[in-house]
Ligand binder design. Structure first.
Ligand code: FES
Ligand code: MG
Length: 572
């Protein structure tokens, strides 16, 4: 790149302002720290209230060593952190806040590059959205998944087995005592959920997008190779500053293509759709829902991980990791996409061996042929809805049933186990008012629990339709992200219990069998208009007023796009 680094605008010169900038930052660093050496922020989501990221301070230390070693100056920058299991009403309400706050901090400070430390679901997406909008050299160090915990000799998958065991309690096949006993076995080590949930998915996609060092994503959090790669990442970010390699050069349409292929091959979380759309939006890349279907449709499912399959992230790493998967779909990847190293993603991938063919399948023997996320349209979802066939029951992918409609999560909980509820195994459970605006924040409630009386009768899956999201660790024949959402006037608001709903995943359709005139003439359910949240102040108010639909990534309308890193005015 040549020329002075960005931070020279703060630190160089002999005037009063340069004096102030340098003097307060000295605190023991060598005097030459301010003579044009790259200033590297470590955007750190370590927090005791984000247990999945609590170990990131140690990861940050390794990054710091690498930055110093390469001639840069590392600077710890704690940023908004979101713990999926703790934050109410849903961590998704704050993803855009985390992205906005991080973006502003990166721009406002004297830094030349940034290392992004994330893990738990929303943290990597938020960090990438921020870095894309500022467009300073950036790379991700995913914090890595937990080691596998076991209960009574059987591996426990984070999230997935909570859903499974709690349904067993409701069905009467597991005692509550045994259920509670499993609680202390679930989280065995530092790190994020070890199923192919959103955190694992976004870590792997960060690499598929080219934003991590090759071979980094998926290393378990407790594995010392993570720290070695973190150290190396510290060196690499300094090189990136020297080369002027920015997110806008790494995150291209080709890299999103590779992320979508990867998402299908690993059987990744549906939440990745919303996150990738939002990241692309920050870069002005016209990614749409249709691209997920077009690019992902013919991609085989190769990774046998929970929630759709059997194994956990530690097994994936042992079996060869992401590169072993990418090697199987090499011909489907865009060869021109580069990584933070400046070299192509596909370089060095060819021929990566699979060490356990049960965990990672070969191209000629996939778990399933067309694994991509299916995008549905129809009179119930004019702007689209998605379903993950890999997590669904094949026999329900073409289905017709009578709607049983719930207007809110509270309505659902009040009535779902009512013995008199008019529902059978063929019914379609509809939950609305759970989109970005309606809840607000778009919670992970789309995999609504099945009625207890049907569980007792042995039913384990039903078609469900919702404008909310589903945890990446969940499974079932669930149509989610229905757009426009009911609270934004979508036709979902006009469905009534008893209407026939038809789902045709092969044909990519989701329809309610009500004539167009009749559907249009119906009043939306009162709860979709009267019951809406109308917060008077604070973030929530800003969010409800400006959030966009799930079909475009649920970002705030004024955050779409990029502002770059220029700051015109001085603070003194
Ligand atoms: Fe943090 Fe699952 S709760 S990744
Ligand atoms: Mg999750």
């Amino acid at each position: 790149m040549g020329g002075p680094v960005r931070s020279s605008a703060w630190y160089s010169g002999d005037d009063r302002n340069a004096y102030i900038h340098r003097a307060w930052m000295r605190r023991g660093v060598p005097g030459d720290a301010f003579t044009g050496r790259p200033q590297i922020a470590i955007a750190n989501t370590a927090s005791d209230l984000t247990p999945c990221n609590a170990h990131l301070n140690e990861v940050a230390d390794s990054v710091r060593h690498g930055v110093w070693e390469a001639g840069g100056v590392p600077l710890n920058l704690p940023v908004v952190s979101l713990g999926e299991t703790n934050v109410r009403p849903t961590a998704m309400l704050w993803r855009n806040l985390a992205a906005m706050a991080t973006e502003e901090l990166l721009r406002a400070n004297p830094i030349d590059g940034v290392v992004l430390l994330g893990g738990c679901d929303k943290t990597i997406p938020a960090l990438l959205m921020a870095a894309a909008s500022v467009d300073l050299p950036a790379l991700v160090v995913p914090g890595g998944p937990m080691l596998t915990g076991t209960f009574r000799g059987t591996p426990l998958g984070c999230g997935t087995d909570v859903w499974r065991l709690s349904e067993e309690v409701r069905a009467g096949t597991l005692s509550r005592e045994a259920f509670l006993e499993s609680e202390s076995s679930m989280i065995r080590s530092r790190g994020h959920c070890n199923t192919m949930g959103t955190a694992s998915t976004m870590g792997l996609l960060a690499e598929a997008l080219g934003t991590t060092l090759p071979g980094l994503a998926g290393i378990p959090a407790a594995d010392s190779r993570l720290l070695a790669k973190a150290h190396e990442s510290g060196r690499t970010i300094v090189e990136m500053v020297a080369a002027g390699r920015r997110p806008s050069q790494v995150l291209t349409p080709a890299s999103f293509h590779n992320a979508i292929v990867t998402l299908a091959a690993i059987g990744g979380s549906t939440n990745a759709v919303v996150h990738l759309l939002a990241i692309a939006g920050r870069l002005g890349i016209p990614l749409t829902l249709a691209d997920f279907d077009r690019i992902g449709a013919g991609v085989p499912l190769l990774v046998d991980l929970q929630p759709a399959g059997r194994f956990l992230m530690e097994d994936l790493h042992r079996a060869g990791g992401l590169h072993a998967v990418l090697a199987q779909v090499l011909d489907l990847l865009a060869p021109e996409a580069i990584t933070v190293t400046g070299r192509p993603l596909v370089e060095g991938v060819d021929g990566t061996p699979i060490w356990d063919g049960e965990v990672i399948r070969t191209r000629s023997d996939p778990l399933r042929q067309d694994a991509g996320i299916a995008v549905l349209r129809g009179n119930l979802a004019p702007d689209g809805a998605i379903v993950k066939p890999a997590a669904a029951s094949p026999e329900l992918l073409t289905h017709r049933g009578r709607a049983v409609v719930f207007d809110s999560v509270e309505d659902l909980h009040a009535r779902i186990d009512d013995e008199d509820l008019d529902v059978d195994a063929d019914s379609v459970l509809v939950l609305r008012g759970c989109g970005p605006r309606g809840y607000p924040g778009m919670p992970e409630v789309a995999n609504l629990p099945l009625p207890a009386k049907l569980l007792r009768a042995g039913v384990r899956d039903m078609v469900r339709v919702c404008d909310g999201r589903m945890s990446g660790t969940a499974y079932g024949t669930v149509v989610l992200h229905v757009a426009p959402e009911a609270a934004a006037g979508g036709p979902l608001a006009r469905v009534r219990s008893g209407d026939w709903i038809s789902l045709d995943v092969p044909g990519r359709r989701l329809d309610v069998e009500v004539p167009a005139e009749e559907l249009a003439a119906r009043e939306p359910a009162p709860a979709m208009t009267e019951g809406l949240a109308s917060p008077r102040r604070g973030w929530e108010q800003l969010y409800v007023r400006t959030v966009r639909g799930a079909d475009t990534g649920a970002d705030l309308d004024f955050l779409v796009g990029s502002s770059g890193h220029a700051v015109a005015r001085e603070s003194h």
